[in-house]
Each structure stands twice: as C-alpha cells, then as structure tokens.
Design a protein around this ligand. Structure first.
Ligand code: HEM
Length: 503
C-alpha cells in the first residue's frame, strides 16, 4: 500500500515537473520569438558585413541578400546595424502599416556635416513636420495647382522643343539630350522657388544644375557610402572634400537669390516659395515669436533639398522614357497614334491625361523600369516595432529598397521587360497598380509627386507631338544600352538620339 502511494506520488510529481518544463519552455520560446531580430549574414568584428555588400551597387547587393535572408533582414554596415526591407509587401507593411513608427529619418554622417537637423529631407521632429506642412501647402499654391503649374510647364516645354530643334539642326542630327532635359526640369523648380526661369545658355545656371547633379552622384558614390559607415575615414576621402565644396557653392548661390528676393519682398504680392517663407517669418517675428522654425537655415536647406530632390529624379525619368521610345519603336508608334487620334495638333492639357491611357501606361512603365528613385534615403524606427514577427528596436536605421519594389517578381510579370500593357486592362483603360511605388509611401512620401507627374506627362506628350526619336545612324535599337549609371538616382548611360521633326 505504502509502496503504491509512493509510486503514484513520484509519477504525479514527474508529470508536474514535465508539464512545468514544457510551460517554461513555451514561455521562453514565445518570449524570445517576440524579441527575435531580423536574420542576416554573420558580421565580422568592426567591419560588419563589409564583404557581403557592394557599395557601388548597394541596392542590388541588398536585394540579392534578401534572396537568402528574406524580405526583412539585418546587415551590419561597419558597426552600424541596419534593417533592410525589400519587395512590395515588406516595404508597404512598414511604411504604411507602421507609418508613425518609421517616419523618422536616420541622420547619416555626411548629412550631419552639412545640414544638421534643418530643411526637409534630413530633418526630424517638429522642425521637419512644420517644413513639410509648409512645403506641401506652398507647392499646392505654386507647383501642383494644375492651372499655375500647367502654364509654367507648357511654357518650358516650348523652350525644350526649341532646344531639341537647335541641337538636331532641324535635320535629325544625333545629340545627347541629358543636359537640356535637366535644365528644363530645374527651371520648373526654379520658377516655383524663386519665380525665375533661366536661359539654358546662362553659365551660372549651367554650373548650378551641374553642381546639383554632382551632389547627387557623390552622395550615392561608394566612397561616401563607405564614409557613412566608417566616418573616421573622413580626413583621407577626396570625395568628401569635393562634396562639401560643391554643396557650399550651391548654398552661396541660393543665398544670393534669396537675399535679392528679400530686398523686394512685398507680403501683399507673394511671387514664389521663398516669398511665402519670408512672409511667414516676418509675420511670426512681428507677433513676437522669435524662436519659430522659420529661420534662414531652414529656408536655405528646404530650398536646396527641393532642388536636389526634384531635378535629377524627374529629369532622369524623362530621359529614360525618351530612351525607351527610341529602343522600342513599335511602342513609340502607338504613342504617336494616340496623340494624333486624341489631340491632333492643339497643345496637350493636363485634363487630356484621362483620354490618353496608352501614354499614361508608357510613362508609368518608364518610371517603373527606369527605377530612378533614391535607394539610400534611410528611415529610422522611432520606437520598438514588431514587423512580421521580427523586433526592430527603437533607433535602428531602416532602409526600404524601392528598386526591389518596382522589380518585385511577386507583383510584376517578367519585371525586367518594358511592357506598358501591364498598366492597361483588357479594354485598354489605364489601371493603377499598388506595387507602383516610386514615390515611396507613408509619412515621408515624396512631397513632389503631383508636380513630377504633371511634368512627366506634359514634357513627354509635347516632345512626342513634335518628334520621332531614333537611335543614331549605324546604331540599332538593340544596341541602345539600358545599363544605368548609379548615383543617388539612376541615370541612363550617356547616349545620343536623333529627334526627327514631325512637322
Ligand atoms: C520622378 C520624380 C521623383 C521621384 C521618383 C521621387 C521619389 C522620392 C522618394 C522615393 C522619396 C523618399 C521617400 C522616403 O523617404 O520614404 C522622395 C522624397 C522627397 N521628394 Fe521626391 N521624387 C520625385 C520628384 C520630386 C520633386 C519634383 C520634388 C520637389 C518638388 C521632390 C521632393 C521631395 C522631397 C522634399 C522629399 C523628402 C520628403 C521628406 O523627407 O519628408 N521629389 N522622393
């Protein structure tokens, strides 16, 4: 009897011990899975994953790593831990699903060097919120309000057409369109910011636009990426010195224009973005508020940010669209056919877009495959977030790779093929695609999206109403090179095309 009691007691305690262990184990594993950080390649001490990423093509090498580690993974750039997001689902889930948590920007060393906390792109907190709110509302008045910007862009289209005619000597002579396209696009920003347009031959304007382009190229260069990873390398980096020199020269140029505008400021007659800012600054000062966000540093950085963000991106997209048309003449034929049928010879207006579905699809596909969007504009987690079961700790830099969204095989059939039909339904009507996210999404979504879409539509249609683009004599369509030049934005490799006048 005693022996039996003893046996039941030991089996019961054994069972209790086993259950206890199982519960403990379950609790431990569920706790640790909630705290599991995204996987990634094993880092080396100090160097991190230096040998697994290609700083010349960071976005491509990160997209490649996602094939092994999934769409949310960790890499160490030196000592810095970065969470990378690739593909539509992960990027959308983070930037839209956790919009507030991922609204902050990581302030990388090169940015700290020239604009600590000011402006729009590389600022956080209340100053960023105020500059963003002000920019969106002022761009509505001067930039994305269809009536005003349509008139400005159409005027600029005529200058660009004239320039194409001059460069081709009205005889289809091949030329490189990249400079004049950049000048045209920069003039749109300049007229919004300063109420000024510049002659394409003005040497000061030419060097300002060129410096802007160089800034973007250098910011995306391998040496500056390496500097952001190992800031102590600064004294030996030639590109760092060059970049700072160029940035300071452009700031000085902008300050001169701002000073001229301030001298002739009339709050009753607001001419441009800078006037609107200075008027707001004056109003706040008059009402006794001295420490507002409306100060010269914020004005200068916001203006230069908008020039940098709005010139190369839109200019390179337009260049890609022109190159794709020369490379795929059967698609260009359809563009011409739609323009002849719907518009004829009258000027194109913004409201024509809804009646030009094929052209709208071509522009979207050019933007998707041209894939110019910045790849290295990092966000940062402002608090601990659990994304798809992975913990991303407060303060961790988060890098959404838009390049991988626009080429996501789960969203786009044959993503490397130029195929405008993916934006059309079976009746030829334009369809929006969720994974078309070149302007990002969430709290940091591009503030110039509306303006960029207007520019692309009006420049593209005006040029194709007047010209047929072809490869130079002796070059076949197949030989036109689609390899991009990688900077902070993707530009087509320098090339020449012929613009054959249709009139
Ligand atoms: C085809 C043209 C363009 C493309 C593809 C593009 C794309 C982008 C992308 C991907 C971002 C980063 C968003 C993020 O961090 O999540 C961005 C930000 C930004 N873009 Fe654009 N952009 C274009 C044109 C423009 C234009 C014309 C302007 C100026 C009017 C502009 C002004 C800005 C600014 C100021 C930001 C920073 C916003 C912030 O940090 O709050 N962009 N853009």
């Amino acid at each position: 009897m005693l022996e039996h009691l003893f046996q039941s007691f030991t089996s019961a305690s054994l069972l209790a011990a086993i259950v206890g262990l199982l519960v403990l184990n379950f609790l431990r594993s569920s706790f640790s899975s909630r705290n599991r950080e995204p996987p990634g390649p094993t880092p080396l001490p100090l160097l991190g994953n230096f040998f697994q990423v290609d700083f010349d093509n960071l976005h491509i090498s990160l997209a490649d790593l996602s094939k092994t580690y999934g769409s949310i993974f960790t890499v160490y750039l030196g000592l810095k831990k970065v969470v990378v997001l690739t593909g539509y689902k992960a990027v959308k889930e983070a930037l839209v699903g956790y919009a507030d948590e991922f609204a902050d920007r990581e302030i990388i060393p090169i940015i700290e060097d020239f604009s600590p906390g000011h402006g729009l792109i590389f600022a956080n907190g209340d100053s960023w919120k105020e500059m963003r709110r002000f920019t969106i509302s002022t761009l509505k008045d001067f930039g994305t309000s269809k009536r005003i910007s349509e008139a400005r862009i159409i005027e600029e289209c005529n200058y660009l057409i004239e320039e194409f005619e001059k460069l081709s000597f009205l005889s289809g002579k091949p030329f490189d369109n990249s400079r004049v396209v950049s000048y045209a696009v920069a003039n749109i920003i300049s007229s919004i910011m300063y109420n000024m347009r510049f002659d394409y031959n003005d040497p000061i304007y030419q060097s300002t636009v060129e410096r802007d382009q160089e800034t973007i190229t250098l910011l995306g260069s391998a040496s500056i990426q390496i500097y952001n990873t190992f800031p102590w390398l600064r004294p030996i980096l030639k590109n760092w010195k060059l970049l700072m020199k160029i940035i300071r020269e452009n700031e000085a140029e902008s300050m001169k224009i701002i000073a001229n505008l301030e001298e002739t400021l009339n709050p009753e007659m607001c001419r441009c973005f800078v006037d609107a800012f200075l008027t707001q600054k004056q109003k706040l000062e008059e009402s006794g508020i001295k420490d507002s966000h409306y100060h010269y540093e914020n004005l200068l950085q916001t203006v230069t940010n908008i020039f940098a963000a709005g010139t190369d991106t839109a200019g390179h997209t337009l260049q890609w669209a022109l190159l794709f048309m020369a490379k795929y003449p059967h698609i260009q034929d359809k563009v011409h056919e739609e323009l002849r049928r719907v518009i004829g010879s009258r000027p194109v207006r913004v409201e024509d877009r809804k009646n030009l579905p094929y052209i709208n699809a071509v522009i979207h596909e050019s933007q998707r495959l041209g894939n110019v969007g910045p790849h290295y504009v990092p966000h940062q987690a402002s608090q601990d977030v659990t994304l798809n079961g992975y913990l991303i700790k407060k303060g961790t830099p988060v890098l959404p790779i838009f390049y991988s969204v626009l080429l996501d095989e789960n969203e786009w059939e044959a993503p490397h093929t130029f195929n405008p039909s993916r934006f059309l339904d079976k009746d030829g009507k334009f369809i929006k695609r969720d994974a078309f996210m070149p302007f990002s999404a969430g709290r940091r979504v591009c503030v110039g999206e509306g303006l960029a879409r207007l520019e692309l539509f009006l420049f593209f249609t005006s040029l194709f109403q007047r010209f047929r683009l072809t490869p130079p004599p002796g070059v076949t369509e197949d030989e036109l090179d689609l390899t991009p030049v990688v900077g902070l934005t993707h530009a087509p490799t320098p090339h020449k095309l012929c613009a054959i006048s249709l009139q």
